[in-house]
Design a protein around this ligand. Structure first.
Ligand code: FAD
Length: 437
């Protein structure tokens, strides 16, 4: 097998969000440095293209380092717009445009790219030990990478004075992130907090392709509501057991629950399946009529001209049909003396207790999570290289001088809304600024 040997002042391992930000910043602040981005995918920024459903929710006005991030994007000529809720997008709302701009800027500043090349190991050799160390090198890293092509496998060794590990986490493996960075960081002596998927959907108990236990198809229904997460349902429920609550659009899918508020909730549901932990200690409740009192709504109508209307019909005036059907089926204790199910009974026939039971199901519809959706669906990784071993101001390793760990690779994750990309940009910029000094 042929082996090629090359040298760069700075190797950026991974051409994703943090790697590209670092590359451009180095190109602008330290034009004399020879900067090489090694990216395993055929082109850089594959994941960025998928962000914000192709629109790229690039940042958030409330994100740490927001003004610095905006200054960077202004400098490279990206026009952005912020919405009232703080979410920031490129003006074109095109993630592909963002990737094109980042790669074009980096290349025009003299950054070199080696795409389709996978880094398999990074070794740190203090300069005195490295036989082929360049004169004046502060320290030396040796990276081994491979290119697989039609002619077989080609191996390349790269020597560098600085390495920025910007290889992302494990979320979205289709975009090149399968957790290589964790292995490499571990081999360099870093501790890795067990990575688990987050910002993803939740699979629910007895949920079969969207058919919930009563045989009703909820899959495909979207509705505005409030999701709450309770921890340890074996305890008596109370406010103290509620660990999360968020309003938003809830998507009932073929496997369970999804939507931004559900995604955010998964950040509170850390569990390690490999260690035998389960989601038994969690219970999800959905309020389908937030801000209103469904019991009052029903009682009002019990007395008026809707008294003879079937319960199901009334509930369908406030809830989407599958949800209304599911709520009534869940609240139904069995047919009455005339053999009628709850949905078909006249409103006036409901007892106070039955009204309360329907209200409980509307305001606190329960779902038992059995599994968080895996890496393919997750938008972010919880866990990663321990922050105890990283200088948060510069992204530099506290164990090895000249080694930087940026973006999602480190044990930092945030809710939806542009915070995760913000983390990638700001940590990439911090690493580049430190090296440029
Ligand atoms: C579908 C989806 C939508 C998202 N939408 C948003 C959003 O709108 N807003 C937001 O803030 N966040 C969003 N995120 C999260 C955000 O994209 C990530 O947090 C961010 O991209 C992380 O940046 P990074 O630089 O750490 O890693 P990445 O951007 O993941 O880049 C890592 C790069 O390293 C490369 N790499 C990995 N291993 C190797 C190796 N061995 N050799 C060479 N290269 C390697 C990968 O191919 C990849 O290109 C989304 C995530 C997903 C999956």
């Amino acid at each position: 097998m042929d082996r090629e040997i090359r040298r760069a002042d700075v190797v950026i391992a991974g051409g994703g969000a943090s790697g590209l930000a670092a590359a451009i910043e180095l190109g602008m602040k330290a034009p004399d440095l020879n900067v090489l981005v090694i990216e395993k995918m055929p082109e850089p920024g594959r994941k960025i293209r998928a962000t914000g459903s192709g629109r790229c929710n690039i940042s958030n006005t409330g994100a740490a380092g927001f003004s610095r991030i905006m200054e960077f994007f202004r400098e490279i000529g990206l026009v952005t717009k912020a919405y009232g809720n703080g979410l920031v997008y490129p003006y074109s709302e095109s993630a592909a445009d963002v990737v094109a701009l980042l790669t074009e800027r980096a290349a025009s500043l003299g950054v070199n790219f080696a795409c389709g090349e996978e880094i398999v190991s990074v070794k740190y050799l203090p300069a005195t030990l490295a036989a082929d160390a360049a004169p004046g090198s502060r320290n030396i890293f040796r990276l081994e990478s491979v290119i697989k092509d039609r002619d077989g496998l080609r191996s390349i060794t790269t020597h560098a004075s600085f390495v920025i590990l910007a290889m992302g986490g494990k979320a979205g493996p289709a975009y090149g992130t399968i957790g290589d960075g964790y292995r490499i960081a571990r081999n360099l002596g870093h501790r890795v907090v067990t990575p688990v998927p987050a910002l993803t959907g939740i699979e629910c108990d007895e949920w079969d392709a969207g058919h919930v236990p009563c045989g009703i198809t909820l899959g495909g229904t979207r509705s505005a509501g409030v999701v709450s997460l309770y921890k340890d349902p074996r305890e008596v429920f109370g406010e103290e057991t509620k660990v999360f609550e968020e309003a938003g659009e809830i998507q009932f899918t073929r496997y369970g629950l999804s939507g931004i508020c559900v995604f955010n909730m998964t950040r509170q549901m850390r569990y390690d399946r490999r260690a035998g932990e389960s989601l038994d200690e969690f219970l999800v409740k959905v309020d389908q009529f937030p801000g209103g009192k469904i019991a009052e709504y029903i009682r009002d109508r019990q007395r008026g001209r809707f008294a003879d209307t079937p319960v199901g019909e009334i509930l369908r005036t406030v809830l989407k049909e599958p949800l209304a059907d599911y709520v009534i089926a869940s609240a139904d204790d069995g047919p009455d003396e005339n053999g009628r199910i709850l949905a078909d009974r006249q409103l006036s026939s409901l007892s106070d207790e039955e009204v309360r039971s329907i209200a409980d199901h509307v305001h606190s519809l329960e779902f038992h999570p059995v599994q968080i959706r895996g890496w393919n669906d997750a938008q972010v990784t919880m866990g990663g290289v321990s922050l105890d071993e990283i200088n948060e101001a510069t992204s530099e390793s506290l164990l090895i001088k000249g080694l930087y760990l940026t973006g999602e690779l480190a044990d930092r994750d945030f809710q939806c809304g542009g915070y995760n990309l913000s983390n990638a940009w700001i940590t990439g910029l911090a690493a580049a600024d430190d090296i440029a000094q």
